[in-house]
Design a protein around this ligand. Structure first.
Ligand SMILES: Nc1ncnc2c1[nH]c(=O)n2[C@H]1C[C@H](O)[C@@H](COP(=O)(O)OP(=O)(O)OP(=O)(O)O)O1
Length: 165
């Protein structure tokens, strides 16, 4: 039995570019990723997604402009935590990305994403996100670098994102 912890993860898209941030501290340090984190008490997932985006790179996006595109579940050999990551994308936002204590933002062309410096699972599910396909994926890791097994499926409606568990 796993203890589920919910996280948010937001990616902003502008034409053929994707905004990533280099994590400067904590879990995932020195990896490029989207912007997100844990929920605060009583906070909804969508509000947490907008808040983390603002806190980590100073961009404002309305919760209603964030599109829920996928769910990721991460488990780790020998550990009881299940990380339940809700992935959002948006093309509608305000402001210029700015470096914060947590993240150094940078726009990347989607044909030149820095996968060598990202989580290993990203190569597997990014194609779904970049092609606007809804998805559900599960990854079982040994440590933080080695994927022992995974499963990924395309979903066909937003409602399916809420049927996984
Ligand atoms: N394997 C993998 N692939 C893609 N994205 C992620 C992972 N593991 C992850 O944790 N993530 C994402 C999920 C979250 O968006 C962040 C991790 O959040 P974290 O920085 O721990 O949460 P915060 O609430 O911001 O943390 P503190 O502010 O308390 O440091 O990475």
């Amino acid at each position: 039995m796993y203890v589920r912890k919910v996280y948010t993860l937001v990616f902003l898209r502008e034409d053929s570019r994707l905004l990533l941030g280099l994590k400067k501290r904590g879990f995932g340090i020195n990896k490029w990723n989207g912007f997100g984190g844990k929920l605060e008490p009583e906070e909804t997932v969508i509000d947490a997604a907008a808040r983390e985006l603002k806190e980590e790179c100073c961009i404002n996006a309305k919760a209603s402009d964030l599109k829920h595109i996928g769910n990721l579940e991460f488990t780790f050999e020998g550990e009881s935590t299940l990380m339940d990551v809700k992935v959002f994308t948006s093309k509608i936002f305000n402001g210029e990305p700015q470096e914060t204590d947590e993240m150094r933002p940078r726009w990347f062309n989607i044909d030149a994403l820095p996968f060598e410096e990202m989580w290993p699972d990203d190569r597997i599910w990014f194609p779904y996100m970049l092609n606007s396909k809804l998805f559900f994926a599960q990854f079982h890791y040994k440590g933080f670098d080695s994927i022992l097994k995974y499963n990924i499926v395309e979903l066909h409606s937003v409602q399916d994102l809420y049927k996984n568990h």
